[in-house]
Design a binder for this molecule. Structure first.
Ligand SMILES: [Cu+2]
Length: 457
């Protein structure tokens, strides 16, 4: 993160104005620009009310300045280069150097002023998803305000009235601007202890997003509705997504928002969690139930909470298996079970590099070192201590360790499973499994043909 341009609160509060005046505008806070996709350590609040800050996965929190009791932020909407995973950089649109933009963290009751400068090639706005605010601050271009023209700066100002998990995104040329990566997280911490908001040792947040970037190119195709080829968390695809590193016994909260065009069942291994809140607010205790997967629909946010009381490396991923893949073709004939013997040699006489794929399933893809075009990612990749993980896209791990230092987010490396508690190869005698008696073909199966009028079902 580049702090060279950020001014501390003290110097600038000298020019404080009581509201959005010309004086305040003249002293626009310089934007803080992030230059890496690394997960920044939590930003401990140096001014304003204290709180336990969140950690934005492969992201960062926006520093602010206090100006006469108002928290001032400066977001710059602009083209950015985002590393989706090592080996692939995408040309996206975002805020302050990255996509997503920085997380905005405030405290319930804070007066917030956000300067938004438009350095995109077209107009934009920002909608503050889930907030209670005056209608004119809602950021819907054409409805609640004129769009922010290219090169101009607009000011949004409201009180963060309700604690919780929110996000921000444009409400101007939405299809293009969100497909290009314009979004960010917003967390409003409670101002006092709250009966429905527990204090936690680890508080993570990320947005679900997706891109369609043709292999060899760097700019997403915004017109794609569902067949995106990069399924990402905070514009990162596995193995580019950092692990969530926690200490054994920590209470953990994971906040997730969905700004893709489809839903994502987010699944955690080894633990049960409660959904303790949504962008609508904290969930009453009587309405919570344990889950290991929760579906996050488009435009929804969920807070998952659990105690990390099982040591190990636990997978955390979207349960749609196509979403734990990197770029793949969908028009591939199914070759499972097809006998290709003899065919490969014949084809190789014509096409020397021809390789046989998919005859035994696709697990070979995890190991295969095929040349791929520049600026794309292998379909399933990432290597664990026992070989290829055969995962891409929306996948990472929750690493629970008893010797993880309180407050440390350092990656502890891979877990070493105790031999006595790890799956192992059976080398004793095998017994044939019992099967039900064979049904003679064409005998017991009564196929009921649909009558007329139901052909389309
Ligand atoms: Cu998914």
């Amino acid at each position: 993160m580049d702090r060279r341009t950020f001014f501390g609160g003290a110097a600038l509060s000298a020019v404080a104005a009581t509201s959005v005046s010309r004086v305040a505008l003249a002293a626009l806070p310089e934007p803080v620009i992030a230059t890496t996709p690394a997960t920044a350590p939590p930003l401990q609040p140096s001014t304003g009310q204290p709180y336990n800050p969140v950690v934005t996965l492969n992201g960062w929190t926006c520093p602010w300045r206090m100006n006469a009791g108002v928290k001032e932020f400066h977001l710059v909407a602009e083209p950015v280069v985002r590393e989706i995973a090592p080996g692939m950089n995408a040309t996206l649109w975002g805020y302050n150097g990255q996509s997503p933009g920085p997380t905005i963290e405030v405290v319930e009751g804070d007066k917030v002023r956000i300067f938004v400068t438009n350095r995109l090639p077209e107009h934009t706005t920002i909608h503050w998803h889930g907030q209670r605010l005056p209608n004119g601050m809602d950021g819907v271009g054409g409805l609640t305000q004129p769009q922010i023209p290219v090169g101009k700066t607009f000011v949004y100002e409201f009180v963060a009235r309700r604690p919780g998990t929110f996000m921000y995104h444009p409400h101007a040329d939405e299809m293009v601007q969100m497909a290009m990566g314009m979004m960010g997280f917003w967390v409003t911490h409670p101002k006092a202890s709250h009966p429905l908001i527990s204090s936690v040792q680890r508080d993570f947040c990320f947005l679900l997003n997706a891109y369609d970037i043709a292999p060899g190119s760097t700019t997403p195709r915004p017109n794609t509705m569902l067949d995106q080829n990069l399924w990402t968390w905070n514009s990162r695809a596995f193995p580019g997504i950092d692990s969530l590193n926690v200490r054994l016994g920590d209470k953990v909260r994971i906040r997730v928002g969905n700004l893709t065009m489809t839903n994502h069942p987010i699944h955690l291994h080894g633990h049960e969690f409660m959904v303790t809140g949504t962008d609508g607010g904290p969930v009453p205790v009587s309405a919570r139930w344990p889950e290991v997967t929760t579906d996050i629909a488009v435009g929804q946010m969920r807070q998952l909470e659990f105690v990390a009381d099982e040591e190990g490396d636990w997978a955390l991923h979207c349960h749609k298996s196509h979403h734990t893949m990197n770029p793949m073709g969908h028009n591939v004939p199914n070759m499972i079970g097809v006998d290709h013997r003899g065919l490969v040699q014949k084809i190789q006489k014509l096409v020397p590099d021809y390789m046989l794929m998919g005859e035994r399933g696709m697990a070979d893809m995890g190991e295969m070192q095929m040349p791929i075009p520049d600026q794309t990612l292998p379909m399933m990749t990432g290597t664990g201590p026992y070989g290829p993980l055969e995962m891409g896209g929306m996948f990472t791990t929750l690493k629970v360790r008893k010797d993880q230092k309180p407050g440390s987010y350092a990656d502890p490396g891979w877990y070493t499973q105790p031999r006595a508690s790890q799956a192992f190869e059976w080398t004793g005698a095998l017994v044939e499994p019992t099967r039900p008696a064979q049904i003679p073909p064409g005998d017991a199966m009564q196929v009921r043909k649909p009558g007329s009028g139901h052909e389309n079902h």
